[in-house]
Design a protein around this ligand. Sequence first.
Ligand SMILES: NC(=O)c1ccc[n+]([C@@H]2O[C@H](COP(=O)([O-])OP(=O)(O)OC[C@H]3O[C@@H](n4cnc5c(N)ncnc54)[C@H](O)[C@@H]3O)[C@@H](O)[C@H]2O)c1
Length: 248
Amino acid sequence: MDFTGQTAIITGGASGMGAATAREFVKAGGYAFIVDRNEKLALEVANESDNFDAIVGDVGDSAFCDRAVQTVLEQKGRLDVLVNAAGIILRADALKTTDEAWQNMMNVNVNGVFYMSRAAIKPMLKQGKGAIVNFGSIWGDVGAAGVLAYCASKGAVHQITRAMALDYVEKGIRINAVCPGEVDTPMLRSGRVSPPTEADMKKLADSVPMKRLAHPSEIAQVVCFLASDGASYMTGAMVPVDAGFTAR
Ligand SMILES: NC(=O)c1ccc[n+]([C@@H]2O[C@H](COP(=O)([O-])OP(=O)(O)OC[C@H]3O[C@@H](n4cnc5c(N)ncnc54)[C@H](O)[C@@H]3O)[C@@H](O)[C@H]2O)c1
């Protein structure tokens, strides 16, 4: 993969798989803007390389998303790749999901993907080329107990990916999604009744056919492949990176 001369926005780039993706993109010669609401972590990642920058804000705010893309265009003159990795999780069934929590989930995980993608498509159309990679999930494909709003949000991300891919299929813009399984990031450990013990993590790993959790870089490499010219014949695809989880 060679991203020399290319510019990317990586939402959620301050942590987990977004940060891993930003690092892979820069390692392959690109320039990455980390768009994240966690200022401290975003600046920490941005300080790792001269080819990083950080834009702090909330992807659930459409005006912020438009401004973020504008900032990138003012600084770099182009936007080649958008990776929508920002996301939150809520571990709750229907009765434990408040209106506010449901709306917050949809605002970040669904609206955030829509607002950023809509903003990014405009310069990509002018360029006649662009790639968007969304973070779906195994839970956007199969159901799971105790994560209702999250499952619904990821199902929506899968459908945004398919529908938008078809809208721009003849305009040089490819839009795909990765669907990770159980990946060892702060999100995996968060939102639980109590912090998971080593035994809890082993039980989780044992639920995966490969009997282990993924390292964030194992997903980041697939994201960068989808963003690269190597994936030139791929659009509208949901790509599982789940160690066989959804193959059963
Ligand atoms: N960890 C897993 O096992 C797993 C599995 C499948 C899919 N995913 C998805 O992968 C993506 C990355 O998750 P991760 O595990 O690396 O999580 P993470 O919690 O490590 O990172 C998520 C990042 O998103 C940022 N973020 C959250 N809300 C935001 C908002 N409104 N605006 C801007 N930034 C915001 C956070 O500050 C954080 O830096 C998410 O979309 C998640 O749903 C995760």
